[in-house]
Design a protein. Structure first.
Length: 503
């Protein structure tokens, strides 16, 4: 058997990670990306001397990036300058309380002691539990695709699964460790790292704070876009063809087996297998004929998959500096439960949203003209639906957010902005074909979510694999990189004969 050929649909991080791993094993890979640049939701917006990341801004689980580079026989430091952030994040509350979180836990404990002395012990116990949960997840769900579920259900994992399973919600779990409403809000917020609600997502996700406090938070110098740029470069060095402005319109399936793809311009490309990095829900809905998925993801079944939340973003260049800002900042709302009911239950933007600001200009002078800041302002937003018309609502929502930041002490923000660009959930839907504009793929708002999303290897169609936020293990940079690994490993296992090791 000769070298097999694989088409990867989409040059998001999951697609690039799969392409690199396949190419490193001698597979002939072409990546087809509908947009003009690779990176998917990790993208860049440049204007009048400002540089803004338009998606992810915080890198966690750095070792996952290192692992990918090592599999490609490369060293991270030859491509990227990744540096730790301290403080990780500055948290602010409407009553004037603030807290700087640090990976130096004694400093974080001192900060907690300052605003909630009664919770220092709770923090230690919470983090120890988070660590246990993370270590279990690392050898189970983060190491195996759910196509390997029978393996995960073996007795030796049973105890592990008991450690991370919980009937409680994250919010109920957090409530057992912290008395201070401030700290409850702070630790509930980690549900948004996979686009979910702390009032619905299971306590399993209490592992996320360990990822940040225990393993560290990182900045990629030059901006997060350097990461997909480096991955696209490595892919090309390994012989992958990355074709941009190439939208796939259809996956060709004959006899329940993938045979190739058809591009929007009508061109047909044959291949042995496809890795869809395009949103898995949208891949089934848009690219696979209903007749080919009668036994699997029918439109009816897809309609039951709840997307993660979306985001409303203001990229704001300011003609002055804001010394009170750290690199990452969170300005909390007054009523957190109401804030999550809005996007998830009522499908509307929250009236009083928690606001996140990433100002990479605080630590990286290349990001804004001298004396200016590049503010990436993000609030959670509902997935797109008929209930919100962003074309008409965006300007007023933008004004509400800017006013709220001014109330928080970001002095005359409205008057100081000299460059601005707004990104709405509708833009995420259109630009990346994200399921209802979701920014993390599928929500984890129920205990069953992990099992409802399409798995890394399609069960109904041979030769079809998935990598990206809407498949296992979920959204966020490290997890989509892992999904690329899982898809590549499953593909190599299935189609592997005749492959050579590039070394
Ligand atoms: C505003 C925002 C903030 C975020 N913050 C963070 C953060 O701080 N930290 C973190 O870890 N994560 C964060 N995330 C999440 C993270 O960015 C995503 O989970 C991750 O980048 C998604 O990668 P993916 O592999 O799923 O691919 P995507 O980024 O979804 O890319 C899929 C690619 O497929 C292409 N495509 C789709 N359909 C087709 C087709 N038919 N033909 C050809 N190409 C197609 C799309 O154009 C796109 O380029 C954030 C995301 C957003 C949007």
């Amino acid at each position: 058997m000769g070298t097999i050929s694989v088409i990867v649909i989409g040059a998001g991080l999951g697609g690039l990670a799969a392409a690199i791993r396949l190419a490193a094993r001698g597979v002939c890979v072409e990546v087809l990306e509908k947009n003009a640049t690779p990176g998917g939701k990790v993208n860049i917006h440049r204007a009048v001397g400002y540089s803004f990341d338009t998606g992810a801004s915080l890198l966690t689980m750095r070792h996952v990036v290192e692992d990918l580079f090592a599999d490609a026989n490369r060293r991270v430091e030859d491509y990227l300058h990744i540096e730790p952030l301290d403080p990780i994040c500055r948290y602010l509350w409407p009553d004037g309380a603030t807290l700087d979180a640090s990976t130096d836990l004694s400093r974080t404990e001192n900060e907690i002691r300052r605003i909630a002395p009664e919770d220092v012990g709770g923090f230690r116990r919470f983090l120890a539990d988070a660590r246990r949960k993370y270590e279990v997840a690392e050898r189970t769900f983060l190491a195996h695709s759910l196509n390997d579920l029978p393996k995960l259900l073996r007795p030796r994992y049973a105890r592990d699964l008991a450690v991370i399973s919980s009937w409680r919600t994250l919010s109920a779990h957090v409530g057992r460790y912290f008395r201070s409403p401030h700290l409850r809000q702070l630790f509930n917020r980690f549900a948004t790292y996979n686009g979910s609600s702390p009032y619905r997502t299971p306590a399993t996700f209490a592992l996320i704070p360990y990822v940040e406090f225990g393993l560290g938070a990182w900045y990629v110098r030059g901006g997060m876009y350097e990461l997909p740029r480096a991955l696209a470069r490595i892919a090309t060095e390994l012989g992958v063809t990355v074709t941009t402005n190439a939208e796939v319109e259809k996956i060709l399936i004959e006899g329940a087996r993938v045979r190739g793809v058809v591009l929007k311009n009508g061109e047909e490309r044959r291949c042995d297998a496809v890795v869809a990095n395009s949103d898995a829900v949208e891949t089934y809905r848009r690219l696979i004929a209903p007749a080919a998925r009668q036994r699997g993801f029918t439109d009816r079944r897809l309609a039951h998959i709840e997307p993660s939340c979306s985001g409303f973003v203001i990229l704001a260049g300011t003609r002055r500096r804001y010394q009170s800002l750290a690199h990452h900042n969170i300005f909390f709302s007054t009523d957190y439960a109401a804030e999550f009911r809005a996007p998830f239950d009522e499908l509307r933007p929250a009236a009083d949203p928690t606001i996140y600001i990433c100002a990479t200009s605080r630590t990286d002078a290349s990001q804004a003209p001298a004396g200016h800041e590049n503010l990436f302002i993000l609030v959670n937003a509902p997935a797109t639906s008929a209930r919100t018309d962003w074309n008409t609502q965006a300007p007023a929502y933008r004004d509400l957010i800017v006013r709220k930041l001014e109330d928080y002490g970001i002095e005359d923000l409205g008057g100081e902005i000299d460059y601005e660009h707004v990104i709405t959930p509708e833009d995420f839907r259109i630009n990346y074909h994200a399921h209802r504009g979701s920014i993390y793929g599928v929500s984890s708002n129920s205990r069953m979510s992990a099992f409802l999303r399409p798995p890394n290897k399609a069960r109904d169609i041979e030769g079809l694999y998935f990598a990206g936020g809407a498949t296992h293990p979920g959204g966020g940079i490290p997890l989509v990189l892992l999904s690329g690994k899982m898809a590549a490993e499953l593909l190599i296992r299935d189609e592997g004969e005749g492959m050579r090791d590039e070394g």
